[in-house]
Design a protein around this ligand. Structure first.
Ligand code: TRP
Length: 375
């Protein structure tokens, strides 16, 4: 089956090599990794393991940074449902970037996006999830002094004019070929990409000063920025750079993307230990052998095992421990059930802590919106 990756649809077995060529992004090579390490002192495991693997103009923002010209980070989340662990992956990395580079983060909540793209979704439904999603983001630990949240409909008085400047330079045919939109697509969905472009230069406007921008995101968002990157310099700002990750595999198989609309493929931040256990025991795609005897003899295949992959993507940052799990599983020493137990414990602990932070986040929420009162 042909795979397909657009901002609104990810399907099939993704060939990331092919995607890099198709999108025209660069792979992150060792030279770039060395450069990051020379600034940050260490590499995040998502860089070491090539989970963040592609970029546009990352070298440019790093060079500017070294000259004393700091960038700001920009990322986002379109609310339409609960947060699952796949969403957390780029945010955890973004938090690391904020800490290591000591930079501002602008976080966009385009609350109109899914309304425009999902047939039966109402604004009331979106609003139900908006605040909860914001709390999940704050729970990641972003510095309240250096993090600003943008909500499209709430801050429209600032965003709309800038979006129009972008929209004026994008034609319908560009949107059709970049996103696969059709004659029949609603006109809101055709305009939307202009809204997602704005935070990449809004801080430069507010501070009346050109500031470089680095956007950490999953690779499916690239078409948005491929379009706007050429336009933004024409408005007088730096071309935004990006750093891109692959998708956390769904519970049911190692390719594709975790999907909030297929409930058994995802673990939500609200799932308790019992639910986590049930889902993993029942649905986790296994690289193990059908019987214990066979497993001991032949060993498992970590490359296709979702539990192993989730440890690699998120839940086992320690390379040595991960490597031990890899070889124990491959040799047959570690059984599928035992591997599942390791993961269940890791996720449960992680989410317990996350939810404690989420409870505390409520008190802090206003801080992330102060930028709007001042500007
Ligand atoms: N379109 C993204 C989503 O579907 C939300 C988003 C807005 C975003 N701005 C972004 C994602 C910048 C990454 C980077 O959730």
């Amino acid at each position: 089956m042909q795979f397909k990756v657009t901002p609104w649809e990810v399907r099939g077995k993704i060939n990331y090599e092919k995607l890099v060529k198709e999108f025209g992004v660069q792979k992150i090579d060792n030279k770039l990794l060395d450069k990051i390490e020379s600034i940050t002192g260490e590499l995040h495991f998502m860089l070491r393991r090539k989970i963040f693997f592609a970029h546009r103009d990352l070298d440019f923002v790093l060079n500017e940074y070294e000259k004393g010209n700091k960038f700001f980070l920009y990322t986002g989340r379109a609310p339409s449902g609960p947060i699952h662990i796949g969403h957390l992956l780029p945010w955890i990395f973004t938090k690391w970037l904020q800490d290591k580079f000591d930079v501002e983060l602008w976080f966009q909540f385009p609350d109109e996006e899914k309304f425009l793209f999902k047939k039966n979704l109402k604004f009331e439904e979106v609003e139900k999830y908006l605040e909860d999603n914001i709390l999940d983001v704050i729970a990641i630990g972003f510095d309240p002094e250096k993090t600003n949240i943008i909500i499209d409909t709430k801050h429209a008085s600032l965003l709309y004019k800038e979006a129009c400047k972008i929209a004026k330079r994008i034609t319908f045919s560009m949107v059709k070929s970049s996103f696969g939109l059709k004659e029949q697509s609603n006109i809101g969905s055709i305009f939307y990409t202009a809204m997602q472009a704005v935070p990449a230069f809004l801080p430069s406007i507010l501070k009346n000063n050109k500031i470089p921008c680095l956007i950490p995101h999953a690779i499916d968002q690239d078409p948005h920025f491929r379009l706007s990157r050429d336009i933004i310099p024409k408005l007088g700002y730096y071309k935004p750079a990006s750093i891109q990750c692959s998708f956390l595999p769904p519970l049911t198989g190692v390719s594709g993307k975790m999907s909030a609309s297929e409930k058994e493929t995802a673990i939500y931040t609200t799932d308790d230990e019992k639910t986590i256990r049930k889902k993993i025991m029942k649905y986790a795609f296994s690289g193990g052998q059908p019987t214990v005897e066979e497993h001991r003899k032949k060993g498992g295949i970590p490359e296709i095992d979702v539990c192993y992959q989730w440890l690699r993507y998120l839940f086992e940052p320690d390379d040595k421990k991960l490597e031990k799990i890899y070889y124990d599983y491959k040799s047959g020493k570690l059984l599928t059930g035992e591997l599942k137990e390791i993961l269940i414990k890791k996720i449960s602990n992680f989410l317990k802590e996350h939810n404690n932070k989420k409870k505390k986040a409520k008190k802090n929420i206003d801080k992330y919106f102060e930028w709007f009162n001042i500007s």
